[in-house]
Design a protein around this ligand. Structure first.
Ligand code: NAI
Ligand code: MG
Length: 355
């Protein structure tokens, strides 16, 4: 197995957490004799400082030449007042568009070891394991016309049958390998986009007779997701609803630092923790690397088709949490906690031991 992986640490805690994820991938490669080739490149604020652009041509080229991209995070307060083309976030958006992934997969689970970390009652979240599949290249974020003219602002929500079909297939394929249920979330009682969404998803479902499909309105679904997260398996939704619901779902797991994501379906798949550059804790070596490490488990699953190795990493994370390893975000009021590198190397050792 040979794999070319572009590593874009980015800003703030991004490079700190990606270093741990790369460390875990190297351990897996060593044990199994895989050849993983890592190429580092710059994106975001660090790229602006060095090259004057948040997504230098060379970085884009490196990514397009790779089998997968592993990204940390971008963003720093020093760029807040800069024009749009000099903002770190513009680099990430441009990269996502260039790579072309239209399906954003965000798994959320409640770790038994972290039962005290979620603000939600333990009996409600226990056993929760949800996969949110968010459409990423359509809807309000990209629709035309858009803009502000005089005293009126306009955004356009638009979806084609093709855009809905391709992301629906991904959701049903996910469900097939999980608990065989898709909840499609929309606002079909109000929006035409949602009416087409419901129609097309229902049609696609006919090709997956082993998977149960239910439809839900986004407003009441938002409530049920927190009240009864164990009722859901795969959640399929459009861009804006997915953005909001996946941040809401983060509460189930207990810390943003745990969450991973994969963006698939385009030229090159993109893997990144859900969190941002966390400038408030950057440079201290205390960021939680689990979100980044879970992201490389997804990389092995989706890009490399190494399901066993993906599960190995996920089991190692679980084992290390059960062992009591905790970064500060998981035990905010405790005086003792583990560093980023301590958690990363514990997971690395665990992977090597269990392999
Ligand atoms: P953030 O996700 O960076 O931080 C939110 C809170 O979570 C902070 O208190 C932070 O310390 C904590 N946190 C985040 N990741 C953590 C980790 N791995 N371990 C422990 N604690 C962690 O979001 P915020 O503060 O809204 O944004 C900071 C910067 O990041 C901004 O410039 C923003 O634009 C950018 N950003 C970038 C994203 C990306 O690159 N995908 C996503 C979200 C924000
Ligand atoms: Mg968001």
């Amino acid at each position: 197995m040979k794999l070319k992986i572009a590593v874009l640490g980015g800003d703030g805690v991004g490079p700190e957490v990606t270093a741990e994820a790369v460390r875990v991938l190297r351990a897996i490669a060593n044990v199994n004799g895989y050849e993983f080739q890592f190429t580092e490149a710059e994106v975001g604020g660090v790229a602006i400082r060095k090259h004057g652009s948040p997504l230098p041509e060379k970085t884009l080229h490196t990514c397009l030449e790779s089998d997968a991209v592993l990204l940390g995070a971008v963003g720093h307060p020093e760029f807040d007042s800069m024009p749009r083309d000099k903002k770190p976030e513009t680099g990430l958006l441009a990269l996502r568009q260039a790579l072309g992934g239209f399906a954003n997969l965000r798994p959320v689970q409640a770790y038994a070891a972290l039962s005290d970390s979620s603000p939600i009652k333990q009996e409600l979240v226990f056993g929760a394991d949800v996969m949110i599949v968010r459409e990423l290249l359509g809807g309000l974020y990209f629709g035309e016309p858009r803009g502000i003219k005089d005293d009126t602002a306009t955004n356009t929500m638009s979806y084609s049958r093709y855009e809905i079909e391709r992301v629906a297939h991904i959701a049903f394929q996910q469900a097939r390998n999980r608990r065989k249920k898709v909840t499609s979330v929309d606002k079909a009682n109000v929006l035409e986009c949602s009416q087409l969404w419901r129609l097309v998803v229902t049609e696609v479902a006919k090709q997956y007779s082993d998977v149960k499909l239910e439809h839900a309105y986004v407003d009441s679904f938002a409530m049920r997701l927190i009240q009864a997260p164990t009722a859901f398996d795969v959640v399929l939704t459009e861009n804006l609803f997915g953005d909001i619901l996946s941040d809401e779902a983060a509460v189930i797991g207990g810390s943003l630092g745990l969450l991973a994501s994969a963006t698939i379906g385009g030229e090159v798949d993109l893997y990144e923790p859900v969190h941002g550059s966390a400038p408030d804790i950057a440079g201290k070596g205390i960021a939680n690397p689990v979100g980044a490490i879970n992201s490389v488990a997804m990389l092995l699953r989706h890009t490399a088709k190494l399901e066993q190795d993906a599960r190995l990493i996920e089991s190692a994370v679980n084992a290390v949490l059960l062992d009591g390893y905790r970064t500060k975000d998981l035990v905010p009021s405790a005086r003792k906690f583990n560093t980023t590198a301590e958690v990363g190397s514990a997971i690395e050792r665990q992977c090597a031991d269990m392999a």
